[in-house]
Design a protein around this ligand. Sequence first.
Ligand code: MYA
Length: 645
Amino acid sequence: MFRSIATKLYSPRSDNIHLIKNMVIRTSSSSNAQPKTDNKKMEAKVDLDRLDKIKIPESHSFVQNLFAGRANTEFFLPYPQVLNNEEISFLDMIVDPVSKMWEDKWDELVKLEDTETVPEEVMQMMRDMGSFGIQVPVEYGGMGCNNTQYARLAEVAGRYDLGIGIVQGAHQSIGYKGLVLFGTPEQKAKYLPDLATGTKMAAFALTEPSAGSDASSIKTRAVLSEDGKHYILNGSKLYISNGGFADFFTVFAKTEIKNEKGEIKDKVTAFWVPRGPGLTNGPNMKKMGIKFSNTTEIWFDNVKIPVENIIGEVGEGFKVAMKILNNGRYGMICALSGTMQKAIEMASTYANTRTQFGNKLSSFTAIQEKIGRMTLAHFVTQSHAYMISGVIDKGMADFQLEAAVGKIVASDSAWHVCDEALQIFGGMGYIKETGIEKMLRDTRIFRIFEGANEILRLFIALTGLQYAGGHLREIQKAMKNPTANLGLIFMEASKRLKRTAGFDAPDMTEKIHPSLHPEAQILSKNIILFSSAVEHLLIKYNKQIVMEQMLLLRLANSVIDIYTMLILLSRVTLSLNKNIPSAEYESQLCKLFVSEANMRVNQNLSALRSPAILKNDELIRNIAVQIFENQGIGHQSPLHSNESS
Ligand code: MYA
C-alpha cells in the first residue's frame, strides 16, 4: 500500500506551491482593501468555461471528499430510508420469531461453546430460516433482501452468538459474495441455489502465511494449462473461516498476464474452487473466541480449475477481493451493533439489581458514566450500520472508506462495550456461565480480521491523501498555463484565502434540524480544520508522508470523528423531524458525541503541527527501536540499580 500510494501521491513542486501561496497573499491584501462584492466581479470576469477542461477527480464519498476540503453529503443527508412499508413488514415478520428462537438457545449456546462446532440442529434451524441466502435473489432460491434488510438480520445474529454469525457471514458476506457481485449468469444459476439454502457452504480464501494485511503479496499460484481450458492451482491459505467444511472456496491466486507492452506480469485472479482432488484442510484451529466458527488452513496441490470458474476478469482479482471485503464489512458493523445491545441490556439489568455499599450499582455515577458511554458507543455503531447499508442501497458505489470507518468504529466500540459490561458484572462477569466473558472474547477478533484496524486507518488516510493530491495536481497543471486557467487558480486562491480567514466553512445547517445547528456549525469548522491539516501534511512531508504512520493515524482518527458527527446529525435530524419517541434522547447522545469528538479532532489535528508532540513521537519511536534491538524491555529493574553504581 505504502509504495504504490507513494508513487501516486501528489508531489508539490515548490515553485507551484509558492505561486499558490503568492496568489493567496496577493488576493488577501487586495481583498482586505476592497469590499466583498469585488470578489464576485473578479469571478465573473474570469473565463469559467475553461474550468470544464480541468478534471478534478470526483467521488460521492463524504470521507474522501473531506480530504479535498469538500462536504459532499449527497448520499448522507437526509439519513437514508430505503425500506418501503412492505419491506418493513416483511422484516418485522421475520425478526421477532428469529430473535425468539435464538433467545431460547442463549443459555445452551453459552454452555456448548467448548464443543467448537455448531450443533446440527442449529445449522438446520438456520437453513430453515433462510439464514444462508439472505441476499441471494429470489429466482436463485434466496430471500432477495437488500443491504438494509440484511443489516437488520445481521444485527439479530450478532446479538446471540458471534461465532455462529461468522459461520453465516463467512459463507454469504464474503464466501460466495463474489458470485453475487461478479458472477456470470451461468455461475449464478449453477451455484447460488444450493448456497442460498445452506445445502452447500462457502468460504473466502485470501490470507496466506506470509500475506495477512498485505493482501496483494499472496504466493498461491494458478497456471493456465496448455490447452487453455483450466488452471492448475498450488499454494496454501491460512485462517480460513468455514475452511473445514466448505464445499466451495473463493480463492485468490497469482496468475501470469501479458500487458499492453507484451511484458509478462503477475496479477491476482479470483477463482471459484469446489472442494475436490488436491484440496485439503488442516484441523480446526483453537481460538480465543468465536469458537463456534471453524478456522483452518487450506492446501492446494495441483488443483484443476476450469477457466469457467474465474470470478470477474483475469488479473482483476485484487479488486474483486477488495470489493467483496468492502461489501462484507458492513455485515460486521451490524452484527456488532447487536452484540453491544445485548451487553448493555445485561449490564444495566445487573446494575439495577446488584446492591453494594447499601445502594444499587445503577445509582453510582461511576457506573452511570460507563452505561452512558456504552450506550453512546452503540448508538454510534448502529448509526454507522444503517448509514452504510442505506447508502449502498441508494446506489453509492465508492463507499470503501465509509465501510472501513464503520468497521473500525464498530469493532473498537464492541470491545469497549463488552469490556465495560464485564467490569460492571465484576467477578461474576469473569465466570463463564454469565456469558459476558464469551462476548468479550468473541468481539476481540473483529479489530483484527477483515482488515486490521491499524491498516484500515492507514488505508483511509492514504487513500484520502491520494485523492487530495489528485486535486492539488490539477491545480499544479493549471499553474503551468495560468492565463488559460485563471478561473480555477482564482477560485483556488480565494478558497484558501477564505479558509485562512475562517469564512470557507461549508454550510451544514441547511438539512440539519434547527435544534442541532450549533453542532452542525462545529462540524463545519472541523471540516475546514481538517482540510487545512491535509494540505499542511502534503506540503510539509510530500511523498514521505507515507512513512509518517503516527501522523496518518491521527488524521484517520480525525476523519472518523468528523464523518461520525455527520452520521449522528443526519440520523437525529430524521428522528426529530419524524418526532419519534426517542428523538430527544437521541439528540442528547448526538450533542454529547459532537462536543467530545470536536475536542478530539482539535487535539489530533493540532498534534500534527505541535513541535512538542512531534518530539514526543520521536521519543516513543526511539524507545521502541531500543526494545526491538534488545528483543525485550531495555530498563533495568530498580532493585538492581545499586549494582551499576
Ligand atoms: S478475510 C481476509 C481479510 N483481509 C483483509 O481485509 C486484507 C486487508 N488488506 C487490504 O485491504 C489491502 O491489502 C490494503 C491495500 C488496503 C492494505 N476498495 O496499492 P494498493 C485499490 C477498493 O493500496 P495494497 C477475513 O479476515 C487501490 O485503490 N479499491 O494495495 C475473514 C488501488 O487501485 P488503483 C481498493 O497496498 C473474516 C489498488 O487497489 C481497496 O496491496 C471473516 C491497489 O491498492 C478497497 N478497499 O493493499 C469475517 N483497497 O491501482 C466474516 C485497495 O486503481 C464476517 N484498493 O489505484 C461476517 C460478520 C457478519 C455476520 C453477519 C451474519 C448474518
